[in-house]
Design a protein around this ligand. Sequence first.
Ligand SMILES: [Zn+2]
Length: 45
Amino acid sequence: MEYVCLQCRKDVTDENLNKRIRCPFCGSKILLKKSTNVERKVKAL
Ligand SMILES: [Zn+2]
């Protein structure tokens, strides 16, 4: 899953996230999911 930080506009992949959704660059918790072709396809945990 890829995200875009709303604050610094950098790409954040979930490899960069340590369980918590937080931008590793600026610390913002507001990330947008990059939805390209896949809409609302969410893995059930
Ligand atoms: Zn950021």
